[in-house]
Design a protein around this ligand. Sequence first.
Ligand SMILES: NC(=O)c1ccc[n+]([C@@H]2O[C@H](COP(=O)([O-])OP(=O)(O)OC[C@H]3O[C@@H](n4cnc5c(N)ncnc54)[C@H](O)[C@@H]3O)[C@@H](O)[C@H]2O)c1
Length: 339
Amino acid sequence: MSRILVTGANGQIGSELVEVLRERHGPSQVVRLDLKPPPAPNGRPPDAPFEVADVRDRDALADVLTRHKVDTVYHLASLLSATGEQHPDRTWEVNLGGLKNVLDLAQTHDLQVFWPSSIAVFGPSTPKIDTPQDTVLDPATMYGVTKRSGELLCQYYHRRYGLDVRSLRYPGLVSYKTAPGGGTTDYAVDMFTAAAEGRDYTCFLAPDARLPMMYMPDAIQATLDLMDAHSDALSVRDSYNVAAFSFAPQDLAAALQRRRPGFSCTYEPDRRQQIADTWPASVNDEAARADWGWTPDYDLDAMTDDMLAHLGAGERVRGGEGEWESGGMGERESGNVGT
Ligand SMILES: NC(=O)c1ccc[n+]([C@@H]2O[C@H](COP(=O)([O-])OP(=O)(O)OC[C@H]3O[C@@H](n4cnc5c(N)ncnc54)[C@H](O)[C@@H]3O)[C@@H](O)[C@H]2O)c1
């Protein structure tokens, strides 16, 4: 039976991935790791097992792997795109130092590893429409630089040492369980929350900033499907493009206005627009579809209906401290920046 470690377990993806892994493997089989315990209702300590550790600390990681007899790691701990521009040195140390620690320990502990990359690996010279799997990769942010470097590191460890490390280039992810903390695609969650609460919204990206996006259930499914695939089927060992749908802020605003006619959105693009300008509008994910059968379930309308149903039922995004505006490290350390 698998014994799993999820680093960055308190984050937007980790908090949902852990729930699904616990359902699949049993709660005691999934060890969560983050810089601090998750906020617990009524001040109760988190359900065990939870480990407080920094992924830059190799000895601490090794100790966790040994004590819990871990065989599979979902290494999600990272600083994200907007935060990366505010803290480039720390982003390099956490994103690549942490990954190098996990890959080295994966060799000695015989681990299977999942590590997420991002559409931030693409840059200004990358074809913007239907961006191929193999193409020009000239990331314009420190985050993107760490993601592309990490992809090459994963590929190197696979080729040189036969390590079973697998990766996806997630697009911007939308979810209702965790709040955005200030980033490039977080406007989508902000806009949903405003519309669900009957407020108008001022968007920090331009109305026509079209980007690849995905609903969280599809991102979790893609992650699990890739990890379940037979190793021989995988032709990509840096990181797979995965796509669901693309939309611009004006498209999401229109989808919300059809369901909430009073909702209104205005636009005041800030520096995050410059990051968005370097990313593709859509990506080609034929390799993922051919190799391990990737197909998303949600399009923009299905996601919009589901998001509003959950937010309307009183479920509220949690965490996140609007870190972009404050310029400091927020409550959740990295902020909750979508891609
Ligand atoms: N959310 C997206 O839209 C998106 C898109 C593309 C790729 N990704 C990637 O997916 C992964 C998870 O993203 P997320 O959205 O859940 O991020 P998040 O910011 O919501 O969560 C990251 C977590 O990592 C933890 N962390 C940060 N530094 C750490 C350290 N030194 N040691 C231990 N834990 C540390 C944070 O406390 C946080 O809980 C990241 O690698 C990210 O680059 C996310």
